[in-house]
Each structure stands twice: as structure tokens, then as C-alpha cells.
Design a protein around this ligand. Structure first.
Ligand SMILES: [Zn+2]
Length: 541
């Protein structure tokens, strides 16, 4: 009887070890604790069955197993952006013109011209950010005359960050804007269609543009996720953001219901009703406990705009801080995560004071709260964060903004921005990402290259070697590091037996390619949960 049981166990084990897919003859960067490299990987169902040598993994293949020959190519765990406004970017991805990655203004204007040919006359052409003048050879913004020439029959709107926008006469007419008085309060209209003003002016102006239909939003969401897959991304932690209302989540919910998620999304809720955010959060989360969802889509707490009053406010009043504290404490009591963006170290004490006082009443150590941005984080702030268990999501803001930072803060200060090596040494949980798509590109390889060379978009190296992570460390930040922020580091972020089979086969070897080639890497094959969600080149299906 004993022998029979043993035999049965053995045969069950053998059966269960037949892989659905094996990837052989490659260089698998597992991102396990030793940063091991393996030749091959086997996948069963949605999970990694094993990694090992090609000979070992071949033994797990049966007659029905799909075999993929990597021909020496490098495989990484699917990248995870820990601060990407994906839900918002996706809504308009099928209806907006994208200037991300355009090398010249001529090329960028060409994208408007191309779009105007496929769009109906009268349809809006909208560039909603994600670009910077420094990426263009011409080093300047478009003029109204150039936009008219590119799209004579369409209203055009182009936004730069959150401080400037320009409209063509057709665009101004469509929105009934003739003077400052027709703009959101505080906005200024230039003689040739430029709109300047505070962030709130630009946000309100953008809100006047026609919104994509629901079908376009769903279509945009699928397209955007595929675009992320093309760049090896399989997960995002989405911090909500400006111009994103609860109703706007319906498109991603629809894609989830259709079973077509190709990027895992952990989403947050923002406060939208200025002054009444607490009520808003209480209402919206009554049926939404922390972590609710599945491994493709789940609720990940509050952020990045908790209250309008404390949003990008370096000098909040006592009352504003008190209101924020109440919400933070309430979130802590409910076991919710919370992410907050903060610009500079000089004022982040305002936020850390709140976190510390909440922590005295309700421990937040296990809730994985986080601060985004904080590019010039001081050692003292990082220590306070570490003590609280507050993580840090780091973006490549200096890729666009480095030279300006150096001008205002000096060469020495710029050398340590952002201090990820110090942060890691101090034991702060760190994730990597971009903050796309209004203020940055979503391309993770742009960010990875920038982590390694510290160079701005114009090629000026501003960061010093002290705060430059190794290739392995940068990749770890973009995978396991980011997974921490949605409590997922045991499920994904590395390629180890039992974990979700999220991976990307790269067009170039991230570990040995010249650093200046890393930004050009793409995925040739992306898998999410063992399913191929993107394929190109030799793997095109
Ligand atoms: Zn952000």
C-alpha cells in the first residue's frame, strides 16, 4: 500500500510537470535574490514551472508543449511601472496624437498631419503632453502657424506639461475662446493661441475638450496596454491623477470583464470634490475593500491626490493638514494603502509629520504607503520614510527636467538626483517608473537608460556615479521593486517557480548592450500569465 501511494505521487508529480510552454537557449534574468541567469524557463498555466538549463527544461516539454527558441536572446520579468497614469492615458490613446519619442518638431508635426488625414474634418487633434522641447532638434515649441499648416481642417490642441497649451483658431472658435475672460480663471491667452496659467488653468482647459466616446475609451485602453506590452511592461501601479473621475474607470473595467487585460493594473482613488474628499472616499469605498479584485485588476488604496488643498501645495495650512490627517488615519484604520506625490525635499516634512502622527495612532508599517517623485530626497527624509515603512516611487523626471534642476539647485545637488543608491542602502522600498503620460514618456527603457547614464534628453549627464544604480539594481527596481507597491512581490516581479509567468523577450541584451542603446530596446515577445500578449519580429504571430 505504501509503495502504491509512493508510485501514485510520483506519477502525479511527473504529469503536473509537463510544461505548456518552454523558452529555450536564452539568457533568463530571473531577478531572484542572487540575480541568477538561466538558459531556459518552463511555464505551466499562468505560472513559472521551473527555470534551468536548456537540457533540464526540455525534459519538462511534452508533445503538446509550445517550444520557443530564444536563440540567445535575453528574457526579463515583465516590467512594472510603479507610478503610471495608465487608466487616464488609455482613455484617449485611440483618439489623441502622441508626440512621445519624436526626435524633431518636424516629425511631431508630421504626426498631426498624418492624423488629420485619417480624421474627419472638424474632429479634434489633441496632443496632451508627454513631450518636451528638449527632445526636438529644433529645441522649441510649435507655433500656431505650423499647427494650422499641419491640420488646416481640424481644431488642434497641444499641451506641454501642465503649464502651457496652444490652440489653432479653429480650436479657439470651437471652445468659444476670444480673450482671457473666456479661459478658466487666471488663464492668459497669447496673440497666437498660447494659453498660460497655473496647473489648474490647464487642467480645466483640457476638461473643455470633447471626451472620447465610451467605445473609443475601451478601444484606447486595449491599444495602450498593447503599446505597453511592446515595451516589455506587464504591470502598472496607477495613482489616479488630475482629470480622472470615478466614471472614467469604466473603460478599464470593461476590458477586464471582456477578459482582455494585457497589463496588470493596481488602481487608486483620488479625491475629486475639493473640500469634501473625505465623504467622497467613504462613499466610494463602502463596497471596495483594500486589495479587492484579482491579479489583473485590483483596488490599491488612495492616491495620488488625496485632497485638492494639499495637492502640489508646499505650504499647506494647519486646517488643510488636519483634513488630510483625518483621511489618512481613516485609510490606515481600514488597512488601505496610500500614495502621495510630493515635489521637493524642502517641504516634504509637512507630509511626513502627518504620516508620523497617524502612525502613532494607527500603525502604517504594513500598509505600503508611498511618496512619489521627491527627486531631491534628503537622507533624513529617506530615514523617516524607512522608519515608517513608507516606500518611494522614483520616476525619470530629470530626463526632461535635469538641466533646469541643475540651474536652480546647482551642479552638486544635481549629481545626487534622485538618490536611489542611498535610498536602497537605507532600506527604503523603491519602485521605478515614469509618471507618464502628461509629463513624461511611458517608455521604461528610456527610464532604465536614464537610471544608468543620468543623462537628460539632450544628452547632458547630470547625475554622479554615487547615485547611479547597477544595471541589475535598476532592473530590480523596475520589476520586484515596483511589485512591492501593490503587495505583489511574492506573485510577480521575478521569474521563479510558482510566480506568475509575466516576461519579455528583449530585442537587445539589457545587460551587455552599450548604455546608449538601452533606450531603444523593445520587446519581441511579451507574456502575461503565460499568455502571449505581444509578439514581433521573429516571434510575430
Ligand atoms: Zn503622477
Amino acid at each position: 500500500m505504501l509503495r502504491l501511494t509512493a508510485l501514485l505521487v510520483l506519477s502525479t508529480a511527473a504529469w503536473s510537470q509537463t510544461a505548456d510552454t518552454v523558452l529555450l537557449n536564452g539568457k533568463i534574468l530571473t531577478i531572484d535574490s542572487q540575480f541568477s541567469t538561466r538558459e531556459a524557463i518552463a511555464i505551466r498555466g499562468s505560472r513559472v514551472l521551473a527555470t534551468g538549463s536548456t537540457a533540464e527544461i526540455r525534459k519538462l516539454a511534452g508533445p503538446a508543449t509550445r517550444t520557443i527558441d530564444l536563440q540567445g536572446r535575453t528574457v526579463i520579468p515583465g516590467l512594472i511601472d510603479s507610478h503610471l497614469h495608465a487608466i487616464r492615458a488609455a482613455l484617449s490613446f485611440s483618439t489623441e496624437v502622441n508626440w512621445i519619442g519624436a526626435k524633431s518638431l518636424t516629425q511631431a508635426l508630421g504626426r498631426i498631419r498624418d492624423a488629420s488625414r485619417t480624421m474627419k474634418p472638424g474632429a479634434w487633434l489633441i496632443v496632451a503632453g508627454g513631450w518636451n522641447v528638449d527632445q526636438f532638434q529644433e529645441r522649441r515649441r510649435p507655433t500656431q502657424a505650423e499647427l494650422i499648416a499641419a491640420a488646416p481642417d481640424n481644431p488642434v490642441y497641444v499641451q506641454l506639461g501642465y503649464g502651457w497649451a496652444i490652440l489653432t483658431p479653429a480650436g479657439l472658435k470651437a471652445l468659444n475662446i476670444r480673450s482671457d475672460a473666456d479661459l478658466p480663471a487666471g488663464g492668459k491667452l497669447g496673440p497666437t493661441g498660447e494659453v498660460t496659467g497655473s496647473q489648474n488653468v490647464i487642467i480645466a482647459l483640457f476638461d473643455r475638450l470633447p471626451r472620447p466616446t465610451f467605445e473609443q475609451q475601451v478601444e484606447g485602453t486595449k491599444k495602450f496596454f498593447t503599446e505597453l506590452n511592446r515595451l516589455g511592461l506587464t504591470g502598472v501601479v496607477d495613482p489616479g491623477g488630475n482629470n480622472l473621475l470615478p466614471a472614467d474607470y469604466q473603460a478599464v473595467f470593461q476590458v477586464w470583464r471582456q477578459g482582455q487585460m494585457t497589463v496588470r493594473v493596481a488602481y487608486a482613488l483620488c479625491g475629486n470634490n475639493a473640500g469634501d474628499e473625505f465623504e467622497e472616499f467613504k462613499n466610494l469605498t463602502q463596497l471596495l475593500p483594500m486589495g479587492f479584485g484579482d491579479d489583473l485588476l485590483k483596488f490599491n488604496g488612495l492616491g495620488e491626490r488625496i485632497t485638492a488643498a494639499m495637492n502640489n501645495n508646499n505650504r499647506p495650512s494647519a486646517t488643510e493638514k488636519e483634513k488630510y490627517s483625518q483621511i489618512a488615519k481613516w485609510a490606515a484604520e481600514r488597512g488601505m494603502s496610500l500614495t502621495m506625490h510630493w515635489g521637493g525635499d524642502a517641504s516634504v516634512g509637512q507630509l511626513l509629520d502627518i504620516f508620523e502622527s497617524v502612525n502613532k495612532e494607527v500603525p502604517i508599517k504594513d500598509l505600503r504607503w508611498s511618496i512619489a517623485h521627491l527627486n531631491d530626497a534628503s537622507e533624513q527624509s529617506l530615514r523617516r520614510m524607512q522608519a515608517l515603512g513608507v516606500g518611494w516611487t522614483v520616476q525619470d523626471a530629470m530626463y526632461f527636467g535635469g538641466e533646469q534642476f541643475r540651474q536652480t539647485s546647482g551642479v552638486e545637488a544635481a549629481k545626487r538626483v534622485p538618490p536611489v543608491v542611498t535610498g536602497a542602502k537605507l532600506g527604503v522600498a523603491i519602485g521605478a517608473g515614469t509618471d507618464a503620460h502628461r509629463v513624461a514618456s511611458y517608455n521604461p527603457f528610456t527610464a532604465l537608460q536614464w537610471f544608468l547614464d543620468g543623462k537628460t534628453v539632450t544628452g547632458v549627464a547630470i547625475r554622479g556615479p554615487e547615485e547611479t544604480p547597477s544595471r541589475a539594481e535598476a532592473l530590480r527596481l523596475y520589476t520586484l521593486g515596483s511589485a512591492w507597491f501593490s503587495f505583489d512581490e511574492k506573485q510577480r516581479g521575478s521569474l521563479e517557480a510558482g510566480k506568475l509567468a509575466d516576461l519579455a523577450v528583449l530585442s537587445k541584451d539589457y545587460m551587455t548592450a552599450a548604455v546608449d542603446q538601452i533606450g531603444g530596446i523593445e520587446s519581441l515577445l511579451t507574456m502575461v500569465g503565460g499568455k502571449i500578449v505581444y509578439s514581433a519580429g521573429p516571434y510575430r504571430q
